[in-house]
Design a protein. Structure first.
Length: 421
């Protein structure tokens, strides 16, 4: 399939795209807003001539934040436009940067929509986070002489096989990229095999290792646990959970409560549209549950704190003694294991980590990551770490060492972007 056939099929799929938006809007009403932006109509005023950064959703927005701040510091004269595809990503961008960046949804990958967007933004450089590759957007940039960089690029073996099935579409698109700053040598080889130009591929590492933790965060977390009179309570967090995982986590917590009746679980669903359903699930399972969004203090009788706020995940990690990272007990591929590691927490996950294979391998090899497959194993591992503080401390130190050994990717990425500018 070449780009012209892809474009035709995308136009034919527009009714299905509209239906998908409507279905998503039933669960998350924010999807019904700003629809015109998705077709390059009703875009906000954009100051042209700067840098355009695309981060598809929340995870990519958070990963992009240090890069964007560095670009703002190095080039205060250049406007930065940050686009995304989801309402939660939009909320995160606005919370992180406020009015210091220009922001809108990225229009769908239709040639005329991409052209209208680029005519409005007229960037000097486009930076796409990770693997959000859109053939028409990239081609429209190439036609205008706008260099496109793929930043913090990753490509799993499964994704590479998928791209290879559409080589007539994929190879010309990758050849139009000016820089592929990839996380590992293995991924570099996959991009090269698919058609990327060798002179444009650089192994820079993962910028997620360059995570900077606000020094005030642990202090604020300790103060809140003191206010809750929970300094001695065992507290663990299950973060970024997906449908199908919450039941497993609550089962594990119920087992833990049998031996540690004062244990507190901080449960943080990945998607805000699930906050209400997960709250109902906790109550239906007889768990005394308090919602973080109420701002109420946690009481001694509370068994679960539902993390139903946005932008607080690092703070909630800081509140806990042990961290389980979700999206990994179901076949979702996992989420960022480095955030709890950077806060010095022993890290647990499920076995499905295909989105973070290299990071998981390094943490596992260092002894900073424990993987579990079910509620029994999760409960057992949490209980063991709570009962063996020396083991928990060893995992904590191992995670911090992995982070320290891999830092510098952001600096290498910025050097590549500077060359393109």
């Amino acid at each position: 399939m070449n780009r012209h056939l892809y474009t035709l099929l995308l136009h034919l799929a527009l009714p299905l795209i509209a239906l998908r938006l409507a279905l998503r809007a039933r669960k998350a009403p924010a999807y019904a807003r700003r629809i015109r932006e998705r077709f390059s109509f009703g875009l906000p005023p954009l100051q042209p001539g700067g840098i355009w950064v695309h981060a598809v959703s929340v995870g990519e927005s958070i990963a992009a934040a240090p890069m964007i701040r560095a670009l703002q510091a190095h080039h205060p004269e250049l406007p930065i436009t940050v686009t995304c595809m989801t309402p939660t990503g939009s909320e995160r961008i606005q919370a992180l940067f406020g009015d210091s960046v220009q922001h809108c949804y990225l229009p769908y990958d239709l040639p005329w929509a991409a052209a209208r967007f680029l005519e409005r933004a007229r960037p000097r450089l486009a930076v796409v986070m990770e693997t959000e590759l859109w053939p028409n957007h990239i081609h429209q940039c190439a036609r205008r002489g706008i260099p496109v960089a793929l930043a913090n690029a990753r490509l799993s073996e499964r994704s590479a096989r998928g791209y290879a099935r559409f080589a007539r579409l994929t190879a010309p698109m990758l050849a139009e990229l000016s820089l592929l700053a990839v996380q590992t040598q293995t991924e570099a080889q996959r991009f090269l095999a698919l058609g990327a130009r060798p002179e444009c591929v650089e192994v820079t590492g993962s910028i997620k290792f360059d995570l900077k933790i606000d020094a005030d965060l642990p202090r604020r977390a300790a103060d809140l646990r003191r206010q809750w009179q929970a300094e001695q309570r065992p507290v663990w967090i299950a973060a970024s959970t997906h449908a199908g995982e919450d039941e497993i986590v609550l089962d594990a917590h119920r087992q833990l409560l049998a031996s540690r009746p004062d244990a507190l679980l901080i449960l943080v669903p990945r998607h805000p549209e699930r906050f209400g359903a997960v709250h109902e699930l906790c109550l239906s399972q007889g768990m005394a549950t308090r919602r973080r969004s109420t701002g109420e203090a946690v009481h001694a009788g509370d068994q679960v704190l539902l993390g139903d706020t946005m932008g607080e995940l690092l703070f909630l990690y800081a509140l806990a003694d042990i961290a389980f990272v979700g999206g990994s007990l179901v076949a979702n591929g996992g989420h960022n294991l480095l955030e709890p590691a950077a806060l010095g927490k022993p890290v647990l996950s499920g076995p499905h980590l295909f989105n973070f294979l290299e990071i998981a391998a390094q943490l596992r090899e260092a002894g900073a990551l424990s993987e579990v497959e079910n509620a029994d194993q999760l409960a057992g591992r949490v209980a063991t770490l709570l009962g063996e503080p020396d083991e928990a401390q060893r995992m904590s130190q191992a995670g911090l060492a992995v982070l320290q050994a891999n830092q510098g990717a952001l600096e290498r990425l910025l050097a590549g972007l500077q060359r393109l500018l």
